[in-house]
Ligand binder design. Structure first.
Ligand code: 5GP
Ligand code: ZN
Length: 114
């Protein structure tokens, strides 16, 4: 999508500190980190949110989940733990309408709300 910042990062048209890439996703450091480790894992397909996935996308969805685990291992954050977040829609304060997950780590986080 032409004016989507994450599409631009995925296509190499905008800069980002990439840490991982496979056929399903690209992961890079968040420009405004909320924790010492804050990685954005963006789907390599422009969909606004998980709501757009269909039955036939199961492999793609699962591929991203496995990638998140691999990224966590590569970053060395599995021992102390990490948080994976997907903001979906306006009440969740999603700001970039291109499906992505946040990986947060590197310190004790606030209380869970779910
Ligand atoms: P959301 O609020 O949609 O769940 O998360 C979007 C995230 O993308 C935010 O944490 C924001 O800091 C990050 N972000 C927005 N624009 C850029 C950018 O151009 N580069 C990088 N690396 N991160 C971005
Ligand atoms: Zn996009």
């Amino acid at each position: 999508m032409a004016d989507c910042i994450f599409c631009k990062i995925i296509n190499g048209e905008a800069p980002a500190k990439k840490v991982y890439e496979d056929e399903y996703c690209v992961a890079f450091h968040d420009i405004s980190p909320q924790m010492p480790v804050h990685i954005v894992v963006a789907a390599k397909r422009h969909v606004a949110s998980i709501l757009e996935f269909k039955e036939e996308d199961k492999e793609f969805v699962g591929g991203i989940q496995l990638a998140i685990a691999n990224i966590a291992r590569e970053l060395g954050i599995t021992e102390n733990g990490f948080r994976v977040i997907n903001n979906c829609g306006k009440d969740a304060l999603q700001t970039v309408p291109h499906l992505h997950y946040h990986i947060l780590a590197g310190g004790k986080m606030g209380a869970k709300i779910v």
